[in-house]
Ligand binder design. Structure first.
Ligand SMILES: NC(=O)c1ccc[n+]([C@@H]2O[C@H](COP(=O)([O-])OP(=O)(O)OC[C@H]3O[C@@H](n4cnc5c(N)ncnc54)[C@H](OP(=O)(O)O)[C@@H]3O)[C@@H](O)[C@H]2O)c1
Length: 266
């Protein structure tokens, strides 16, 4: 059976995670990579037995195109793709904020577009990807797109594209919130004199173990929190601080601002 071909446009951390993860899971795809500086295209192609091309025009007639440059580099790339994409091409964008309407307009005559919002845990095969499809995209292509992201993440499909912008501020940016929380805990332990050899690994393991507990058991985060929090106990005292400092408000504001920024970029 012939393999499906994917043109990879932009080979940064996100597309590399997806392509490497997919290659590990399935040998059904053949990769053709492109970046302006060529270096990262060669590196990624080398890792997955693919081909790095120096000219975008060498990417004609591929089954799928994974678009993974920065959003502000997209207009330049779209111009380069004139004459490469046809009415039958399927373009998959991971670009934050760029709407399906905008993609269809810039990538014309391409009619088939998938908008994806993956996150960096895709690098370890544990990502979350939100997907939305252009109206005309055929069911068989929707399935392939879902399969591509399933190799590195759990996939959630949204009919209402606006929900991708909302979810971006949680699953897309969420890893950064968690890393920031961990960083602050590390700093605090250091400040309180805990042995430097232990600080980072203790905090990382606390996050890892808690995440595993949360995903491996059916209990809600609220129930799990209650199990750690005895009335009048040590955790309860810490929780009072969260409440007094209005952690809820801080998180709500962060998500609202991320959503507003996604809209701005769109
Ligand atoms: N990181 C995240 O958490 C995350 C989550 C979801 C979505 N995203 C989206 O994923 C996209 C890529 O992010 P990243 O972190 O992987 O970016 P990155 O590391 O900056 O990589 C961008 C890649 O795009 C290439 N590029 C630049 N201009 C190009 C052009 N005109 N045509 C083709 N390729 C071009 C660059 O080429 P050179 O190698 O030559 O510089 C580089 O390989 C962004 O749009 C971002 O919104 C990121």
């Amino acid at each position: 059976m012939s393999r499906m071909t994917i043109g990879v446009l932009g080979c940064g951390s996100m597309s590399s995670a997806i392509v490497r993860g997919l290659h590990k899971e399935s040998k059904a795809y053949e990769y053709f990579t492109f970046t302006p500086s060529h270096t990262r295209a060669e590196k990624l192609a080398g890792a997955v037995g693919g081909t790095a091309v120096r000219d975008v025009r060498d990417l004609k007639n591929k089954d799928f195109y994974l678009i993974a440059c920065q959003p502000q580099q997209f207009d330049e790339l779209a111009t380069m793709l004139h004459g490469v994409l046809t009415e039958e091409s399927v373009a998959i964008s991971v670009l934050g904020g760029l709407t399906i309407g905008h993609l269809l307009q810039k990538l014309s005559p391409c009619r088939y577009v998938a908008r994806a919002m993956p996150n960096t845990p895709c690098m370890v095969g544990e990502g979350v990807t939100a997907l939305s499809f252009s109206k005309e995209l055929r069911d068989r292509d929707k399935m392939v797109v879902s399969d591509i992201f399933s190799a590195v993440s759990r996939v959630f499909v949204f009919d209402d594209e606006d929900q991708i912008d909302i979810i971006t501020g949680v699953s897309g940016c969420g890893p950064a919130y968690i890393f920031e929380f961990a960083r602050l805990m590390i700093d605090k332990l250091r400040e309180m004199g805990i042995d430097e050899r232990y600080v980072e690994s203790m905090v990382k393991q606390t996050f890892y173990g808690s995440s595993k507990l949360m995903t491996d058991t059916p209990a809600s985060p609220e129930k799990l929190r209650n199990e750690v929090t005895t009335e009048g106990g040590i955790t309860a005292r810490a929780m009072i601080a969260f409440e007094e400092m209005n952690l809820k408000r801080a998180i709500e504001t962060a998500v609202d601002l991320a959503y507003a920024r996604a809209k701005e970029l769109a």
